[in-house]
Design a protein around this ligand. Structure first.
Ligand code: FES
Length: 142
């Protein structure tokens, strides 16, 4: 084997490895500025304000421009969670009844405590802090 051929084969192997790594990390498509586990999304470290009247009782709201989902399981009780699904990192996509739903693979999480109510996820959503202040709920990372 000549040095030129060895150099070529090494380069080809590294290129194939890079392509393979890229394919693995692009399995989910985060949206709305959410992070799939990499750099923090906008609003992850700051406190956000969400109007109370925009959060349905017995449901919740997925924030478009921040990393959180905020819920109101019962009137006046507010909870917040990181909206990154603990299965493979997709942002959760909807709130259906008492469940926060990730459509990537169908996992469901409780609006009460973020616990898994349907797999394939096995870990709860990461909790965040939600504090009622007047007509707004202040949300920040825990
Ligand atoms: S990433 Fe949410 S169910 Fe797989």
């Amino acid at each position: 084997m000549t040095p030129d051929r060895r150099t070529f084969l090494t380069s080809a192997g590294l290129a194939a490895l890079a392509v393979g790594t890229s394919a693995v990390t692009s399995g989910c498509t985060p949206s709305g500025g959410a992070s799939g586990g990499g750099a923090p999304a906008p609003g992850t470290s700051a406190t956000l304000s969400v109007p109370v009247d925009s959060i349905p009782v017995g449901g919740g709201k997925i924030l478009d421009n921040a990393a959180f989902v905020v819920t109101q399981p019962t009137a006046g009780e507010f909870k917040a969670f990181n909206k990154t699904c603990t299965h493979q990192g997709c942002p959760v996509s909807s709130i259906e009844g008492p469940n926060i739903v990730c459509r990537c693979h169908g996992a469901n999480f409780s609006i009460v405590d973020g616990s898994v109510t349907k797999g394939p996820a096995t870990k709860p959503l990461r909790p965040a802090t939600a504090v009622l202040e007047g007509a707004e709920v202040k949300i920040s990372a825990s």
